[in-house]
Design a protein around this ligand. Sequence first.
Ligand SMILES: [Zn+2]
Length: 466
Amino acid sequence: MAQTDKKTFDEGALTMTSEYPATGELAGHPTGAEHAVLLRGVLLYGEGEKQDVLIQDGVIAEIGADLADSAPQGAEVLDLDGQVLLPGLVDMHVHLREPGREDTETIATGSAAAAQGGFTAVFTMANTAPVTDNPAIAEMVWFKGQNTNLCDVHPVGSISKGLEGKELTEFGMMADSDAKVRMFSDDGKCVDDPRLMRRAIEYSKGMDVLLAQHCEEPRLTEGAVAHEGETAARLGLGGWPRVAEESIVARDAIMARDYGGRLHICHASTEGTVELLRWVKDQDIPLSAEVTPHHLLLTDARLETYDGVNRVNPPLREQRDVEALRAALIDGTVDCVATDHAPHGSEDKCCEFDQARPGMLGIETSLALIAKIFVIDGDEDWRFVAKVMSERPAEITKLPGHGRPIAVGEPANLCAVDLNQKWTAHGKDMASKANNTPYEGMEMPVKVTTTLLRGKVTCKNGSAVK
Ligand SMILES: [Zn+2]
């Protein structure tokens, strides 16, 4: 991968560490600092010999072959014999639906789902009702996350007021609020007006915040519900062409080249986007990109049943897109995985395909799917999973304390994966309030058993700790 983007994103990655309270602290909950936890027999990044990891005061205090005698009395001991220990996962792109659609997900249920997925930090998008376009909403989201105490829930602020694409929001006021908003996006909608996007970039530079673009030229997607191709044509579904995405990726790449800033492409879905991103990396343009597990696994062949659960924006593409995206994630052209976890109620999914709301659950199945595609069925190792699901997203968002090496002195944001625990995905069993998983009935080859947020156990034996 191009090393230059590392340089861009690494600078100052830790500068905001001290500004964040421990999750739960503000709400008066106990944090990990109050007790010690001993993880027994883990394989760090799936490598080497089994180790014990002792966590005290929310940080990793000691790593060694047998720390039973080092642990203080009363330490919580978790026997994780042979499980893979990874840094806690970071998801740059979720929809927790609060405020506005608490019937489909809340910050509490979304945090529980995140903890069960191995995540210690998520960024929740601004397309709530009301829209997260001001400090009051952003702080409400942040404090509710604190209060839930299962995951760091970072609100994403909208780029335009009311997601209307007309007037910029007050980035500075949201960035300076208690929520310390560090990412802005109109996700769900594209900032299609190039003048507004240019002004957003110029404005964002003073605050060093990230702008995440949902790349969709809306004049090319009117009436579109499925990837424009042979399948949509045969099924009589409105086609969503690749160029609707790629034209915005190209435009924003050139804007980032000429105006700077820090730009990020949400849910890259096409082979052509990958080609553009290769050019971006060659030119040292400050633009990063994410890909979802569903775009790395599923294709529009799924649409044959007209099941609304498969409707998503951007749409499921073709096998050649899947192959291109996989190769791009492996070689660093696409930086990271983000789930675009998008809960919907059954009334919005169990209906005519073109009436179904776009989006699918993803946060509880993502680690297992990425492991299956790239480690179990592929040639990558667990270091790769740590990179694309934790380290890179934390670097891109400049998120302190997450995506750090598993080493003494580092914050104990961790997750453990059992390679011998297969499970079957069922929407009804998930911690998420919704059950619109496209993986219903699919066997998952590995399971996240344990998650720790600054030393506090947030998931144990595969279940979020209430
Ligand atoms: Zn989107």
